[in-house]
Design a protein around this ligand. Structure first.
Ligand code: ZN
Length: 113
């Protein structure tokens, strides 16, 4: 049902279509994160599909879900499954999330104050 419109003609990018696409992307990402512990292959497929929909409809992923995407390989990033999380102590506390698929280090400053 999802795949059919991805391989057909490019749908009209109305506001409603974009809203539907955004909710579908959020759903697919959440589902992929949940599945990553039990069915990694399915989770990877769902994450790839979410990215495909995201790019076709030009929608952004919800900010709460962006941390589950690797900026290096654009794959799924789940701590304990496909990512290693380390806390860096310096002037600023930095969270380093290393992707185990490609080795890219996704950094995030924790306290900006
Ligand atoms: Zn990666």
């Amino acid at each position: 049902m999802v795949k059919s419109f991805l391989h057909g003609p490019i749908p009209v990018k109305t506001r409603r279509a974009k809203e539907n696409a955004a909710s579908l992307v959020a759903f697919l990402t959440k589902s992929a994160v949940d599945l990553s512990h039990t069915d990694p292959a399915m989770a990877r497929e769902q994450a790839a599909l979410a990215r495909k929909v995201k790019l076709r409809f030009n929608v952004r992923l919800d900010p709460s879900l962006t941390r589950f995407t690797c900026h290096g390989c654009k794959g799924l990033l789940v701590p304990g499954v496909s990512a290693r999380v380390r806390l860096g102590h310096g002037k600023q506390a930095i969270l380093r999330v290393t992707c185990t698929n490609c080795g890219h280090v996704n950094r995030r400053i924790i306290n900006e104050a």
